[in-house]
Ligand binder design. Structure first.
Ligand SMILES: Nc1ncnc2c1ncn2[C@@H]1O[C@H](COP(=O)(O)OP(=O)(O)OP(=O)(O)O)[C@@H](O)[C@H]1O
Ligand SMILES: [Mg+2]
Length: 265
């Protein structure tokens, strides 16, 4: 029987330094070959959730203290990062995701997992998805534009042969057109390679390509549904699209709404 390739978080709890509860009772699912968005404002627990899945809690003295993380039928609680990569889950982190002093090609060579004989086929796939990286292949990565850096970070992750990609705030600090292009590329990776993708975002941009979405607040998953349901949800419109009840956009009102924390009510 084929293994269930979905990722299932069930009542996940993550604690920093033995006392700071950053994620509490988080339950969510990433079905095989799907794109799922995880939205939330600063400090909601999104990065912690991705770190818990990918095994990167130890460096911050954090642990999964309750609940389960299951992928392909295997429990991943408190596994080491390399063990999680072996299971097919690869993280594109929020920061420090490229080797800034190396060229684009050197970055890719450094991230290749497995036999060097795979190199040309793998790199051909990457340049197919990100042709601009071919043009920039001899350029030092630190001089790439923000969007190109993100493409290189995704490419570095792809060289670990994931079946599930965890992407932390791809759109951070990028112009709307660049975000749109990156989202379209993520969708192409999902469609053409059958990759499952869990995208953490602070804006609703990911909902345009995701099938499902969840909203996190204060360490809790407070809402989940199809992308369509989320986009229609009044709180998503107010918090993440900046559209008020009157249909106008006002960040002052959005901030006001944030303070009321209506999700919890
Ligand atoms: N290394 C750490 N030690 C202690 N507490 C931490 C640590 N990292 C994060 N936290 C706390 O855990 C909570 C969740 O943080 P996390 O970084 O997961 O949020 P986030 O949703 O990714 O926020 P952002 O959108 O700002 O990236 C916050 O209250 C934060 O202060
Ligand atoms: Mg974060």
């Amino acid at each position: 029987m084929e293994k269930n390739q979905s990722l299932e978080l069930n009542k996940l709890e993550v604690v920093y330094q033995g006392s700071i509860i950053a994620v509490q009772g988080a339950t969510l699912s990433v079905p095989a070959k799907s794109i799922v968005a995880l939205l939330g404002v600063n400090g909601a627990g999104k990065t912690t959730t991705l770190r818990a899945i990918s095994g990167f809690l130890g460096i911050d003295n954090a642990r999964v203290t309750d609940g389960t993380i299951v992928f392909c039928g295997e429990t991943l609680n408190n596994k080491m990062p390399h063990e999680v990569v072996e299971c097919g889950i690869v993280l594109v982190p929020e920061r420090e995701k490229i080797f800034a002093t190396l060229t684009v090609t050197e970055n890719l060579q450094g991230c290749l997992k497995g036999a060097a004989s795979n190199w040309s086929k793998q790199v051909e796939t990457i340049f197919h998805f990100f042709p601009i990286l071919y043009e920039r292949r001899n350029q030092v990565a630190g001089y790439l534009s923000g969007g190109e850096r993100q493409m290189l970070a995704i490419s570095n992750a792809l060289l670990c042969s994931p079946t599930l990609l965890l992407v932390d705030e791809l759109s951070l600090g990028l112009a709307p057109m660049t975000v749109e292009h990156l989202m379209e590329r993520i969708q192409a990776l999902n469609k053409e390679l059958g990759l499952s993708i869990l995208m953490v975002e602070q804006t609703a941009a990911a909902l345009n390509i995701a099938e499902y979405g969840y909203v996190m607040e204060n360490g809790h998953v407070v809402f989940g549904g199809t992308a369509e349901q989320l986009l229609k949800h009044q709180n998503v419109q107010e918090f993440y699209l900046g559209i008020s009840e009157k249909g106008t956009k006002s960040y002052r009102e959005v901030k006001q709404y944030r303070r009321t924390r209506r999700w919890m009510g």
